[in-house]
Design a protein around this ligand. Structure first.
Ligand code: TLP
Length: 345
């Protein structure tokens, strides 16, 4: 890469092994269910997440929306965090396209929703009110610093939901980062959820795609919703082939991204003018801001100056940043980033 791009792990380019697999992929018409490479990816994904079936979708956003529209009818309500990606950054798809009502609860700093808060948000049956149908959790939690939700917590939410006849959808865009961080399997973290989406196109480096997993019956319905959303792809095995390489080769190495994020954070914390958020980094994300005592610069000014040094960072507030490590950020890139910050501040 020409630039050291820390804006997101979505910027990752496919690896040479992915490009080879894409060029050689056996393909068919996936709307007929006849693309062998898509079918293989879906089976692998379902197996890894301990679910009966999987569905290859264009993006994490499409995976979450497809799940919500499969679980919910118009007028149903989804309980989710006020800092969740689904609430903040998915263009209000559930309301715009599904007539589904979001009930936001405050995300706690550790990415969780208070259990008592969920309990009191679940509605009794009353003609005045929407029907509580679904709880959405996010693991790792992006806007809560990339923190991983524990298995115990996810289980407690699953139990609470199922006691009240609600379902749980897990936005596991970075579920494998959570699994690596917690030293557990993605399968165990997904177990309490009725459906789960994970992304191939983020830290796992594939160019496109996510997989939605759940029961056979759920995925059968979800296929129809995906079609309604225009997401029925044809010879999508070209893309799925990269996803298979992602699952085979890119999961175990995520620990390196977490280690580099930790090293980068230590260096950044030592630079006057930067104040790291408490706890950061949990996994592959660093959240930090400009300290009042040292600089009056705005984050956009600093980002502009860093760009001249060939470093790209995410601006997430007037004076705050997000930096994400990934496959294309090596130790040298970490050092060059630190040098550039020292020069600019
Ligand atoms: N997140 C992107 C941006 O949209 C903010 C990023 O750079 O982190 N769930 C979570 C937790 C996500 O972080 C994202 C993407 C998605 C869903 C949506 O995935 P895509 O971009 O594939 O639709």
């Amino acid at each position: 890469m020409n630039f050291i791009d820390l804006r997101s792990d979505t910027v990752t380019l496919p690896t040479p092994a992915m490009r080879r697999a894409m060029a050689q992929a056996e393909v068919g018409d996936d709307v007929y269910g006849e693309d062998p490479t898509v079918n293989r990816l879906q089976e692998m994904a379902a197996e890894k997440l301990g679910k009966e079936a999987g569905l290859f979708v264009v993006s994490g956003t499409m995976g979450n929306l497809t799940a919500i529209l499969t679980h919910c009818q118009r007028g149903d309500e989804v309980i989710l965090g006020n800092k969740s990606h689904t609430f903040l950054f998915e263009a209000g798809g559930m309301s715009a396209l599904g007539g589904v009502h979001p009930c936001q609860l405050p995300n706690q700093p550790d990415g969780t929703l208070d259990l008592a808060g969920i309990q009191s948000a679940i509605r009794e049956h009353d003609d005045h009110e929407p029907v509580s149908r679904l709880i959405v959790l996010e693991n790792t939690h992006n806007r809560c610093g990339g923190v991983a939700l524990s298995l115990e917590y996810t289980r407690s939410v699953g139990e609470l939901a199922h006691q009240h006849d609600l379902q749980v959808h897990l936005d596991g865009a970075r579920l494998f980062n959570a699994a690596v961080d917690l030293g557990t399997s993605a399968k165990s973290l997904a177990e309490p959820a009725d459906s789960v989406t994970f992304c191939l196109s983020k830290a796992l480096c594939a160019p496109v795609g996510s997989v939605l997993c759940g029961s056979e019956a759920f995925i059968r319905s979800a296929r129809r919703i995906r079609k309604q959303l225009g997401g029925g792809m044809r010879q999508a095995g070209i893309l799925a082939a990269a996803g298979i390489v992602a699952l085979d080769e890119m999961v175990d190495r995520l620990v390196e991204d977490h280690r580099r994020a930790a090293n980068l954070a230590v260096g950044l914390a030592a630079i006057p003018g930067l104040k790291l958020d408490p706890g950061t980094p949990y996994t592959n994300m660093i959240f930090m801001s400009l300290s009042e005592e040292h600089t009056k610069l705005l984050a956009v000014d600093v980002a502009r100056a860093l760009r001249k040094e060939k470093i790209l960072v995410g601006v997430v507030g007037e004076r705050s940043f997000r930096l994400v490590t990934h496959y294309w950020i090596d130790d040298q890139a970490v050092n060059m980033t630190l040098e550039a910050f020292r020069k600019v501040l």
